[in-house]
Design a protein around this ligand. Structure first.
Ligand code: AMP
Ligand code: ZN
Length: 114
């Protein structure tokens, strides 16, 4: 069994509320939503963070971003707007070392972040 939490979600070993799937990506609802829509988009393959994915497989990063767009359409937030966040490393508070895009929307979001 892989130890990475999001790899276990990909394999089905850990349940998740799936939103969209593609051959190389998966989207599911954040377990602790910070907005009415809070979906995580990940590549099925394991990369620890955004720079690792970008360096290794930029085409896969493009697929992740394409799925972000599809999630926003499916969730009905593309018109009003939404935020896409890749927390990267300690100062950003990245807690899960499997690259993921947070898609946040459904309410006005404050800026700048704390
Ligand atoms: P980050 O701080 O960017 O690494 O974000 C990790 C996110 O994963 C947090 O927003 C958590 O709420 C979320 N999370 C942790 N465990 C799960 C889980 N089992 N299913 C869905 N989301 C999760
Ligand atoms: Zn992983």
């Amino acid at each position: 069994m892989p130890e990475c939490l999001f790899c276990r979600i990909v394999s089905g070993g850990v349940p998740a509320s799936r939103v969209l799937e593609s051959p190389r990506t998966l989207s599911f609802r954040d377990i602790s939503p910070q907005a009415p829509t809070h979906v995580l988009v990940i590549p099925r393959d394991h990369y620890p963070d955004l720079p690792a994915l970008t360096a290794a497989d930029p085409a896969l990063l493009a697929e992740v971003l394409s799925q972000v767009r599809e999630v926003a359409e499916a969730e009905g937030i593309s018109g009003r707007g939404y935020r896409v966040v890749f927390n990267t490393g300690a100062d950003a508070g990245q807690a899960v070392p499997h690259v993921h895009a947070h898609v946040l929307g459904g309410r006005a979001l404050s800026w700048p972040p704390g």
